[in-house]
Design a binder for this molecule. Sequence first.
Ligand SMILES: *Cc1c(COP(=O)(O)O)cnc(C)c1O
Length: 400
Amino acid sequence: MIPYGRQSIDEEDIQSIIDVLNSTMLTQGPKIAEFESALCDETDADSAVCLNSGTSALHIACLAAGVGNGDEVITSPITFVASANCAVYCGAKPVFADIDPNTYNILPEEIEKKITRHTKAIIPVDFAGQSCDMDTIRQIVNTAEKKYGHKIYIIEDACHALGSIYKNKKVGSCAFSDMTVMSFHPVKHITTGEGGVVLTNDEGLIKKLRLLRSHGITSDPCEFVNRDLAFRPDTSGSGSTVNPWYYEQIALGYNYRITDIQCALGLSQLKKLARFRKRRREIVNQYNAAFKDSKFIQIPFEDNSCDSNFHLYVLLFDFEKINIDQAGFMLELQQKGIQTQVHYIPVHLQPFYSKHFGTNLGDCPNAEQYYKHCLSIPLFPTLKDSEIEYIVEIVKSFFQ
Ligand SMILES: *Cc1c(COP(=O)(O)O)cnc(C)c1O
């Protein structure tokens, strides 16, 4: 079976993990800061906080933004549920803004319509690797901040977009967002098994994120509240020194830490990002050339403001015009050893959201229309030319 996405692991990756296993620190060691620094170099962000998943990253990004009870958070319906769940974790109400039928990304105009005085954050999702229209979203948010007199955070969900470029800036640079979140799940561009990161250029946010990652505990003497417990008089009589065992919990945090084992793998994987990116583009070009002239297939639209590092290759099929439906087509391909996937079931149609937030069919017509036609076909760096040819041949055989 050819999966729709898969990790690419080589001997160097394996060795990097073995090296950590042979070292003294499996977690809370040096590899974490090293990986964070490498991610900053890669994305041009000032700071990075690595976590045990992209979902944890979204959760603490919302918390750091102060998202809480009574707040609203606007996101796309065409995303993985985690982009909306993170708002619910914080007690906020998720609000879905419809997508652009060309890019499948959240529409800035729809965001503008949905912003209210309760809006605390926007979570635009760079779907399949193509950046949202972040510049326009930033302007809309700036205007809304003036109108309502409070900050509205932009948390870019770039779980699909490591290695993409938007308006000559790297996705992750936070040029238009307050924080950018990425995931290192095995289907994403690089993997740590499970893992994620929050990138930001805001020092205040970075402090909060680090605290939330690890139980709300700090070892920074400047932040200690109970000075008498924290310090003892210096034996020389000048000033005081920190008690050697001392730490303080100053907020409610979590154990969302990533391990050194994972970060070593991430560092090794990051070195290959450019190569992965090149190969993904080659495959996309081959698919585009093969499908662009088909009357029944819509290839991905590429906005010229973005150079996408394709995470997914999504085709829209005109099932009404041919003799097979979406499920039948998916099953036929599966029979022939080709795994495809629907990215995604619109989140506002999930029973949890309907039940708790009253979302319904009809809320986001573009997303619902897209959902009926989409199918992601295999795309990952180790996909062989012979497999690409096979996939093209099989897919095309249904659309003569
Ligand atoms: C993968 C993904 C996430 C969640 O990341 P995990 O690392 O799996 O927790 C969130 N948002 C989007 C758009 C994703 O694709």
